[in-house]
Design a protein around this ligand. Structure first.
Ligand SMILES: *[C@@H]1O[C@H](CO)[C@@H](O)[C@H](O)[C@H]1NC(C)=O
Ligand SMILES: *[C@@H]1O[C@H](CO)[C@@H](O)[C@H](O)[C@H]1NC(C)=O
Ligand SMILES: *[C@@H]1O[C@H](CO)[C@@H](O)[C@H](O)[C@H]1NC(C)=O
Ligand SMILES: *[C@@H]1O[C@H](CO)[C@@H](O)[C@H](O)[C@H]1NC(C)=O
Ligand SMILES: *[C@@H]1O[C@H](CO)[C@@H](O)[C@H](O)[C@H]1NC(C)=O
Length: 279
């Protein structure tokens, strides 16, 4: 009986504490994707987002999964719609949205990144998640420029990031007026020099033109069942999923919040049922 009570407590804990296991799992999954694709630590020294970013392109079937691989760059040519889930935002909170080409896995990031999108003064709107990331009133230093990697140069990683933009933010010289266009810059230096705040949410996809003329570095797949939030969701192993061998693969279970949530709830009900039966 004592053991069963413990089981019930453990299963209920995420809900009692007001945490959301599926949200936690989704955040751990994107963190794992960034680790496994080498974006962390080569582009971002650390990555601890507080929200999950969802990206969708007009004409693409649904949301783009983290690391989703495209070979047809016309699919990612239109400016995407972005939403974030997690956290609460007010109409006066400002953000900076950026997309950079971090090149294929193994790229020397100290040489800079191609700036594909940079908007200051972005807002996050909506009463409930998913919140809309709105560039409507922002200053587009660089308007969205769809990926066009050189042929045979491997799968380039396009990383989209939403940073908190505090009042101390100051756009560096050369990047402080609209429509500067696409060029190479040192993105980590930009973040530091302009005094941007926390990285709220991020995702990435890859685009490859032709066949790589080299063997791109391999990265390990994300197995969501091994993530801490999955392990803590009542010991179920049913959330297992993995992405492709180069982190350019398919969606992870973390993308589908309902999966792990329903498992947690099933475990809770099973545990409660067990208590009732054994009482
Ligand atoms: C948990 O978060 C997900 C989105 O990540 C949301 O769809 C779901 O409704 C939330 N569940 C609870 C119980 O708050
Ligand atoms: C990502 O890598 C960091 C640094 O090695 C590590 O602390 C963290 O646990 C990793 N996160 C995931 C979800 O794999
Ligand atoms: C993007 O947002 C606009 C405006 O809300 C909407 O009309 C359009 O259908 C959205 N496109 C996608 C691909 O979600
Ligand atoms: C943009 O600014 C206008 C005028 O101040 C305001 O009405 C509108 O709500 C703003 N849009 C967003 C997405 O913040
Ligand atoms: C999430 O999983 C549920 C249950 O397996 C499924 O019905 C739903 O279509 C999935 N949603 C997405 C976005 O994959």
């Amino acid at each position: 009986m004592f053991a069963l009570s413990l089981l019930v407590s453990a299963a209920l804990a995420p809900f009692v504490l007001g945490q959301n296991t599926s949200q936690t799992l989704a955040i751990e999954a994107i963190e794992a994707n960034f680790n496994n694709s080498g974006i962390v630590p080569s582009l971002l020294a650390t990555f601890a987002p507080t929200a999950v970013m969802t990206l969708s392109f007009q004409g693409t079937d649904g949301a783009v999964a983290p690391g989703q691989a495209f070979t047809d760059n016309t699919k990612v040519a239109p400016t995407p719609n972005l939403t974030i889930t997690g956290g609460q935002y007010s109409a006066t909170d400002l953000f900076t949205l950026a997309m950079v080409d971090a090149g294929p896995v193994g790229t020397d990031e100290t040489k800079g990144q191609t700036r594909h999108w940079l908007v200051n003064g972005v807002t996050v709107t909506g009463d409930a998640a998913p919140f809309t990331v709105s560039i409507e009133n922002g200053t587009a230093i660089t308007e969205y420029a769809g990926p066009a990697p050189p042929a045979n140069s491997g799968p380039h990683r396009y990383v989209i990031m939403l940073y908190s933009q505090p009042s101390s933010f100051q756009a560096p010289a050369g990047l402080n007026t609209a429509n500067i266009g696409v060029s190479t810059y040192d993105f980590p230096a930009y973040v530091q020099d302009s005094h941007l705040g926390a990285l709220v949410a991020a995702t990435y996809f890859t685009v490859e033109a032709g066949t790589a003329s080299f063997t791109p570095s391999a990265t390990s797949a994300v197995v969501t069942s091994t993530l801490p939030a999955a392990a803590s969701s009542a010991g179920s192993s049913a959330t297992s999923s993995s992405s492709g061998s180069r982190a350019t693969g398919s969606p992870t279970a973390g993308q589908n919040g309902s999966t792990s949530l329903s498992i947690s709830l099933t475990a809770v009900f099973a545990a409660i049922a067990a208590v009732i039966v054994f009482n």
